[in-house]
Design a protein around this ligand. Sequence first.
Ligand SMILES: [Zn+2]
Length: 331
Amino acid sequence: MNWRITKAVLPSICILIAGVLTSACGANASASTPVSQATPTDPDSATATAASLEATRASQEGSSANATEAASEPEIIIPTATAYPNRPRFSIGQSVEGRELWLWQFGSGEITITLIGGIHGGFEGNTVVLGNMLVEHFRDNPEDILPNIRLVIIPNANPDGYENGVDLNARFNANGVDLNRNWGCDWQPTAFVRDIPVDPGPRPFSEPESFALRQYFLVDEPDVVLFYHSQLGEIFLGSCDGSPQAAWLGDLLEDATGYTYNPVFNYYPITGDATNWLAERGIPAATVELETRALPEFEVNLAGIFALQCYYAFNEPDVDLTDPQIDRLCD
Ligand SMILES: [Zn+2]
């Protein structure tokens, strides 16, 4: 067994022995995060957790050999939204330390909007708080989802980093890898945050967190994806090797949130970025940078999600525009 297989199998081992070794698998809580870490409670917690763990474990056991070939388009079946159409929450995989990567879904429309917080861990922990607040909001207010929309929220894409404080080090996963330098568009063995070198992993999708997200995207094929970061107060669009950007998405989010749409990220070169990989696959994707690292900036981002839903109400056929729900959200 080489080290790559060992890394891929490790999360399964943590789950298999979780009852005995939770602390070794990183299930401890941190007291040093910037804002509340309250996680929404799951109305279907016990069954969803057991079923998703079982399915994920079976998937990982069946695919660990393929996992070593992540960079070359492996065919792996994983539990996704389509597997649990009536389940509000399930796991798409585990982190290096065995924490679940929870996915929530609301609504059952044709258009899937996917929102992802926390890929940069506790360093940008306010994006996890935002993700959790959005989960609570849409769970408590289902009338805020238009009939043709299905909303998917993955609030915490890097739970190990989130448990690791608030400093730059908490940006990385438990292998020390920057998960937003670990994707397949223009991945480079040397990567940077500003002028600071960061570890992009030994190859694209080497990390269980980015690998699980990638598999989710491949199976679910969302119509649009937002990744929340902080703290530039700007919006950037995914683009790979000069592929066209979804300019409408930048304009729409700028109008709704007040963040500045900047078509070109020209602060420093970015390699292996998640939104760029999505753009390569023809999926409109944006990096939404909150203005601070202290607050979730919930209201403006809720407005951004309403605007996105309304875009799809007005630009898709077979939507009844006289629906009072559209009147209320989209005036
Ligand atoms: Zn970030």
